[in-house]
Design a binder for this molecule. Structure first.
Ligand code: NAI
Length: 334
C-alpha cells in the first residue's frame, strides 16, 4: 500500500525502510510536518503516517478526506494531536502504536530524575573544564523518600517498579486501578493526597481535556517545598507559567521535562543558530535546577524498531480488510 510519511528524519527513514522489507508497502518519505499549508503534499493519499507534532485538526482532516484519505497511521502512542471526532465523522480510521516500549520512556524518566538530583549534567561540563569542585552539586538519597506517579499505565508502572527497587515508597493515582500496580509497589491514592505527600512526582497520564494543566497554580500550592517534578508525558499536562512561578518561589526544587506545551515550534529541530522567540521556554532554561530534553523519551533503537514494525503491520491489517488491532476508537475521547 502507498503510504505518505510526513515529518520524517533520517532515523525514521532508516528504521521504516528496514522494517518494510517484510511488508513491501510503497513508502514515500516527506520532511515537512503536516499542517494546513502542507496537507496538499498528500492530496489523493489513502494512507498517511504521522508523528506527535503533526497537526491533524478538523480543517486538515476535511481536506485530506475529501481527496480520498481513509487511514491515519500514527507512529507514536499519544494521539492528542488528532481531532478524533472529526476523523470519525469523516470516516477516516486512526491507528497508533500503543505499546512500543514503555521501558524506553520509563528509563529516560529515571535518567532525568537521577541527573537532576545528582547534577550529573552540570558535573559533566564542570569536569571537562577542569573544575573539580563539588560546590553546588549536593544531591539527596532517593532511598526512603516517596514518589508519586500520576497515571499508572504502561509507562507509569515501569517507572514505579524502578523507583520501588531503589527503595522509594510509591504512591499512584489513576481513575483505573491496574492489578499489576501492586507488584510494582504502587499504593493508590487520589491526586490531592499524592501532591501533598510525594517528594518526587512523575506525570504519565495522557493529555486530555481533563488532564490539561493537571499541574496548575492550585496543584503547585499543595506540593511539598522542594519537590522534584518530572514530565515525560505531554507538555500541556503542566501550566508552564505556574511552574516557573513555583520554581521562583522555591516550591519546586527540581524540574525535569522531556515535553513542553509549545514544543511544536522547537523540538526535533536544530535551532542552535536561530533566535528562540519563546520567552517562557527561554526563562525555563535560566534555572540551574531545570533539565530539559527535547522529547527523546521514546528514542531508543528498540522502540524505533517496534514502532516501524507495528505501524507497517497496522497498515497491512487495513489493506487486507482485517480488524484493526490498534485502532483508536471514538470512546478514547471520553
Ligand atoms: P497508558 O494508556 O498505558 O497509561 C496512561 C494511564 O493514565 C492510564 O492508566 C489512564 O487510566 C491514566 N489516566 C488517564 N487520566 C488520568 C488522570 N486524570 N489522572 C491520572 N491518571 C490518568 O499510556 P502509556 O503508554 O503509559 O503512556 C502515557 C503517556 O506517555 C502517553 O499518553 C504519552 O502522552 C506519553 N508518552 C511520551 C513519550 C515520550 O517520548 N516522552 C513516548 C510515549 C508516550
Amino acid at each position: 500500500m502507498k503510504v505518505i510519511f510526513f515529518n520524517t528524519k533520517s532515523y525514521d527513514r532508516d528504521y521504516f525502510a528496514q522494517a518494510n522489507q517484510q511488508f513491501d508497502h510503497e513508502l514515500v518519505f516527506l520532511e515537512p510536518r503536516l499542517n494546513q499549508d502542507t496537507w496538499k503534499l498528500a492530496r489523493g493519499a489513502v494512507c498517511i503516517c504521522v508523528f506527535v507534532n503533526d497537526g491533524l485538526d478538523s480543517a486538515v482532516l476535511t481536506e485530506l478526506a475529501s481527496h480520498g484519505l481513509k487511514l491515519i497511521a500514527l507512529r507514536c502512542a499519544g494521539y492528542n494531536n488528532v481531532d478524533l471526532a472529526a476523523a470519525h465523522q469523516l470516516g477516516v480510521k486512526v491507528v497508533r502504536v500503543p505499546n512500543y516500549s514503555p521501558s524506553a520512556v520509563a528509563e529516560h524518566t529515571i535518567g532525568l530524575m537521577l541527573s537532576l538530583n545528582r547534577k550529573i549534567h552540570r558535573a559533566y561540563d564542570r569536569v571537562r573544564e577542569g573544575n573539580f569542585s563539588l560546590e553546588g552539586l549536593l544531591g539527596y538519597n532517593f532511598n526512603g523518600l516517596t514518589a508519586g506517579i500520576v497515571g499508572t499505565g504502561r509507562i507509569g508502572i515501569v517507572v514505579a517498579r524502578i523507583l520501588n527497587a531503589i527503595g522509594m515508597r510509591v504512591l499512584g493515582c489513576d481513575p483505573v486501578i491496574h492489578p499489576e500496580a501492586a507488584v510494582a509497589g504502587i499504593e493508590y491514592t487520589d491526586l490531592n493526597d499524592l501532591l501533598t505527600r510525594a517528594d518526587v512526582i512523575s506525570l504519565h497520564c495522557p493529555l486530555t481535556t481533563e488532564t490539561r494543566h493537571i499541574i496548575d497554580q492550585a496543584a503547585i500550592e499543595r506540593l511539598r517545598a522542594g519537590v522534584m517534578l518530572i514530565n515525560t508525558g505531554r507538555g500541556a499536562l503542566i501550566d508552564t507559567k505556574a511552574v516557573i512561578a513555583g520554581l521562583k518561589a522555591k516550591k519546586i526544587g527540581l524540574l525535569g521535562l522531556d515535553v513542553y506545551e509549545q514544543e511544536d515550534d522547537l523540538f526535533f529541530e536544530d535551532l542552535s543558530s536561530e533566535i528562540i522567540q519563546d520567552d517562557v521556554f527561554q526563562r525555563l532554561l535560566t534555572f540551574p535546577n531545570v533539565l530539559v530534553t527535547s522529547h527523546q523519551g521514546f528514542f531508543t533503537a528498540n522502540a524505533l524498531k517496534n514502532i516501524a514494525d507495528t505501524t507497517l503491520n497496522n497498515i497491512r491489517e487495513y489493506e487486507q480488510g482485517k480488524p484493526l488491532s490498534n485502532q483508536i476508537l471514538l470512546q478514547a475521547l471520553s
